[in-house]
Design a protein around this ligand. Structure first.
Ligand SMILES: CC(C)(COP(=O)(O)OP(=O)(O)OC[C@H]1O[C@@H](n2cnc3c(N)ncnc32)[C@H](O)[C@@H]1OP(=O)(O)O)[C@@H](O)C(=O)NCCC(=O)NCCS
Length: 331
């Protein structure tokens, strides 16, 4: 069974409500119809009912039984505005500003997740990563045990000898442009958690990547990764995590043995942590475009699950991301 099939089966077993703030967008409406029909989630579409129905008619989507919410007409808008004001008044948000912010579908959706009126949120078919991430960071915040929010990319590679039957987890490829050593350690711990809970890895084996393997090069960038390894061992003592090491040392057994002898991770890593966002983002795209991997992105470390789409996403990408968000919400 592929990783995605397992995610779909898990999502069906305990159906969660996922709010879609881009509720009148064509691919989103089609995806909501599929999610509802296949019992993968209870989608909630945010937007004007007329517009959502017009979009559904245009794309031929059946939205019978799917909840739609127009923030401007919602009986919850005053409650959400009052809570938003309380949460953000020390950041300069006035009562008037909060009342106007909750009319924005993105903020309305985030407030639904914050209050438990929805279990998770997916957006990004028309908004940028920052448009969703900023309100999520401001309002949902990080899990108590996590200092930061970051991301993992689940890379399903054609070479089934890699990772767990071809599946590798890459972090961080979306959020933290230039993490400190401590932030890098938290990214690693969060990625191991994603590997375990979402991908079903029994034993996450985390490689902290660099251009150096076990001191083969001396540079302040290498020092940072070495410090992150030490901090990660303190935060998560039982976790199989090692570094610094090069990418080939992490995933090729013979190279792992020769460059990092005795390492519990080298040559058999299934979670790969990149030293910064440039390395992570470039690497996932190389793995996808040159390596032929399918890739799926999730945010990790948020107190409730919210996930981002790429603006070029397909209907199936939205269905997949909602199913993954629903599984994250089962925790
Ligand atoms: C994540 C990101 C959107 C934050 O945006 P920003 O405008 O810099 O946000 P700020 O620094 O003003 O922070 C906003 C809030 O989020 C919090 N925050 C920012 N990054 C955070 C993180 N990684 N984890 C937890 N909280 C975070 C801040 O503490 C702040 O909280 P506060 O308002 O309660 O004090 C920004 O780091 C970013 O653009 N990252 C790259 C995203 C990107 O373009 N990726 C490309 C690949 S798709």
């Amino acid at each position: 069974m592929s990783m995605l099939d397992k995610v779909m089966a898990k999502a069906r077993a305990d159906v969660k409500s996922i709010v879609l703030p881009e509720g009148d967008e064509e691919r989103t409406v089609e995806a909501a119809s599929i999610l509802n029909r296949e019992g993968l989630a209870r989608p909630i579409l945010i937007g004007s009912k007329d517009k959502i129905e017009a979009t559904a008619a245009k794309v031929g989507a059946d939205i019978e039984g799917i909840e739609t919410i127009d923030p401007a007409a919602s009986p919850k808008k005053d409650e959400y505005a009052a809570l938003l004001y309380e949460l953000r008044k020390n950041k300069g948000v006035t009562e008037e500003k909060a009342a106007s912010m909750v009319q924005d579908p993105m903020y309305y959706g985030i407030m639904m997740v914050k209050t438990g009126d929805a279990d998770g949120l997916v957006s990004g078919a028309i908004h940028t990563t920052g448009d969703m991430l900023r309100p999520a960071l401001q309002i949902i915040k990080t899990k108590p045990e996590m200092k930061i929010v970051s991301s993992s990319f689940l890379m399903d590679c054609p070479n089934k000898d890699l990772g767990e039957d071809g599946l590798l987890v890459y972090a961080d490829c979306v959020v933290m442009p230039n993490p400190t050593a401590e932030e890098l350690a938290y990214i690693a711990v969060a990625a191991a958690d994603t590997a375990k809970k979402l991908c079903g890895f029994e034993e996450p084996r985390v490689a902290m990547l660099s251009f150096s393997s076990k001191g083969s090069a001396k540079h302040e960038l290498v020092d940072k990764v070495q410090q992150a390894v030490a901090i990660a061992h303190e935060i998560a003592p039982g976790l199989l995590l090692d570094g610094e090491m090069q990418y080939d040392c992490a995933i090729v057994p013979e190279i792992g043995k020769s460059k990092a002898p005795g390492s519990p991770v080298a040559g058999r890593a299934n979670v790969l942590v990149f030293p910064d966002l440039q390395a992570g983002n470039i690497s996932y795209k190389i793995t996808q475009r040159v390596g032929g991997a399918d890739c799926f992105a999730v945010l990790q470390g948020l107190n409730k699950p919210c996930n981002d789409l790429s603006r070029g996403c397909s209907v199936q990408d939205i269905v997949n991301t909602v199913a993954m968000t629903a599984v994250q919400a089962q925790e």
